[in-house]
Write a protein that binds this ligand. Structure first.
Ligand code: SF4
Ligand code: SF4
Length: 90
């Protein structure tokens, strides 16, 4: 197999640890999650599955969203065991 040498990195890759925080993926979101705090039990399963640093743990143990980083993928809503998160149009 022939190798390809390049001096530049293609876009869309993680080129150093912690770089996710530099990219505000919420800027191109068309849908967003909304949490019903009455249903949230603070299990943080949504936080485990979220692919972005977009879920914040509140002081009361429940969650909130950082919409600068939420891209509206809906994974949190699918994984929440109590169906506390719904996805709405922006
Ligand atoms: S997965 Fe659902 S119940 Fe668990 S912390 Fe997230 S919103 Fe709350
Ligand atoms: S919609 Fe996606 S990016 Fe936004 S909080 Fe849920 S899992 Fe994270």
């Amino acid at each position: 197999m022939a190798s390809v040498k390049t001096t530049t990195l293609p876009g869309g890759i993680i080129n150093r640890p912690g770089s996710t925080i530099d990219y505000k993926t919420g800027t191109w979101r068309v849908k967003r999650p909304v949490v019903n705090l009455d249903k949230c039990i603070g299990c943080l399963i949504c936080w485990i599955y979220c692919p972005e640093p977009a879920i914040i743990k509140r002081d009361d143990g429940k969650i909130d969203f950082d919409y600068d980083y939420c891209k509206g993928c809906g994974i949190c809503s699918l994984e929440c065991p109590t169906k506390a998160i719904r996805i709405v149009e922006e």
